[in-house]
Design a protein around this ligand. Structure first.
Ligand code: NAX
Length: 330
C-alpha cells in the first residue's frame, strides 16, 4: 500500500475548509488509492469549531484518512507536510483600507512561509487560496526561499471552471466536453477569461467555441464579466462567498498538478512568471499550463490578438501594483 501523503489546510474551520477537508479525505484531491493525513490549522477564536470538524472527520470513517491534526500551532501544522493548501487569511471588512488588509495578510503569509520553509517535507507543493491569492503566494515565495519557486502556486482554477460552466450552459453541452479556456492574470475582477483557444467535443469532432457561439458580442462582453464577477453573484445569492466550488477547484488544481493533465488539455494555474507572453517575470500570474510528473509547464505559442493583449496587460498591471503595496507593508 502507498505511504500516506500529509496535506495541510490552513483556515480549516472556515467555510471553504469545511467543504474541502472531506473531499481530500475521500480521495478527490490525490486519487482513490492514496491514503492521506490531514493537518488543519486555524486561529485561537476558531479552535473549538476546528475541533468539531476533526470530530466529524472521525465520525465519517473515511477509509483513506490515516490521521488528523487540529491545531493553532503553525509549527505543528507545517511539520512534514507534502501539500499545503492555504485557505486562512484576513478578509477585507467594510471600511477597511486596501493597505490594511494587505498588511495583515503579508504578516500572516510571512509567518506561515517561514514555518513551511523550516518544517515542511522537501519538495512540498503549495496552493494559496486566501485573497489576495496571487500576492499572498508571492509573499510566501519570498519568505520560503528553499521551496522551489515552481512549487508555489495560487488558485485560479475556480475561475477556469466557472468559464467552462458558462460555455457549457450557453451551448447546452456537457461541461466535460468543453476544454482549454484560459484565465490570465490575477484572481480578481481584472482577470481575463479567454475563449479564443477553447474547444467543444461534438459528435462531428472538435469545434472551436468561437465557431459554435455565433454571438461574438456575448463572448467579448457578457461572458467575460459574468466570470469576473461570479464571486460577487454567489455572495449576493447565498449571503456567503463561494465555498463548495472553491473547495472542488482546489482539489482539481492539486489533482492535475500531481497526477497530470489529460493529453491535449490544459488548465489555468497562478504560477511564477518566467516572462512568457510578455508578462513581467516575478509576478504570480495565471497562465494556461499542462502538468506531467508533478510539474507544470506554461503552454507556449498561443496566438494573442490585440483584444487579449490589452486585457492580459491590464491584469498584470494590477499585480504589479499589488506587489508594490505588499512590499510597502514588509
Ligand atoms: P472563512 O472566513 O469562512 O474562513 C477563513 C478561516 O481562516 C477562518 O476559520 C479563520 O479563522 C482562518 N484564519 C484567519 N487567519 C488565519 C491564520 N493566520 N492562520 C490560519 N487560519 C486563519 O473564509 P472562506 O470563505 O473559507 O474563504 C477563505 C479565503 O479564500 C478568503 O480569503 C477568500 O477571499 C478566499 N477565496 C479565494 C478564492 C480563489 O479562487 N482563489 C475563491 C473563494 C474564496 O473567496
Amino acid at each position: 500500500e502507498k505511504e500516506p501523503v500529509t496535506v495541510l489546510v490552513t483556515g480549516a474551520a472556515g467555510q471553504i475548509g469545511y467543504a474541502l477537508v472531506p473531499m481530500i479525505a475521500r480521495g478527490m484531491m490525490l486519487g482513490p488509492n492514496q491514503p492521506v493525513i490531514l493537518h488543519m490549522l486555524d486561529i485561537e477564536p476558531a479552535l473549538e469549531a476546528l475541533k468539531g470538524v476533526k470530530m466529524e472527520l472521525i465520525d465519517a470513517a473515511f477509509p483513506l484518512l490515516r490521521g488528523v491534526v487540529a491545531t493553532t500551532d503553525v509549527v505543528e501544522a507545517c511539520k512534514d507536510v507534502n501539500i499545503a493548501v492555504m485557505v486562512g487569511g484576513f478578509p477585507r471588512k467594510e471600511g477597511m483600507e486596501r493597505k490594511d488588509v494587505m498588511s495583515k495578510n503579508v504578516s500572516i503569509y510571512k509567518t506561515q512561509a517561514s514555518a513551511l520553509e523550516e518544517h515542511a517535507a522537501a519538495y512540498c507543493k503549495v496552493l494559496v487560496i486566501a485573497n489576495p491569492a496571487n500576492t499572498n503566494a508571492l509573499i510566501l515565495k519570498e519568505f520560503a526561499p528553499s521551496i522551489p519557486e515552481k512549487n508555489i502556486t495560487c488558485l485560479t482554477r475556480l475561475d477556469h471552471n466557472r468559464a467552462l460552466g458558462q460555455i457549457s450552459e450557453k451551448l447546452n453541452v456537457d461541461v466535460s466536453d468543453v476544454k482549454n479556456v484560459i484565465i490570465w492574470g490575477n484572481h480578481s475582477s481584472t482577470q481575463y477569461p479567454d475563449v479564443n483557444h477553447a474547444t467543444v467535443a461534438t459528435s462531428n469532432g472538435k469545434k472551436h467555441v468561437r465557431e459554435l457561439v455565433a454571438d461574438d458580442n456575448w463572448l467579448n462582453s457578457e461572458f467575460i464579466t459574468t466570470v469576473q464577477q461570479r464571486g460577487g453573484a454567489i455572495i449576493k445569492a447565498r449571503k456567503l462567498s463561494s465555498a463548495l466550488s472553491a473547495a472542488s477547484a482546489a482539489c482539481d488544481h492539486i489533482h492535475d498538478w500531481v497526477l497530470g493533465t489529460p493529453k491535449g488539455t490544459w488548465v489555468s494555474m497562478g504560477v511564477y512568471s518566467d516572462g512568457s507572453y510578455g508578462i513581467q517575470p516575478g509576478l504570480i500570474y495565471s497562465f494556461p499550463v499542462t502538468c506531467d510528473k508533478g510539474e507544470w509547464n506554461i503552454v507556449q505559442g498561443l496566438k494573442i490578438d490585440e483584444f487579449s493583449r490589452e486585457k492580459m496587460d491590464k491584469t498584470a498591471q494590477e499585480l504589479i501594483e499589488e506587489k508594490a503595496l505588499a512590499n510597502s507593508c514588509l
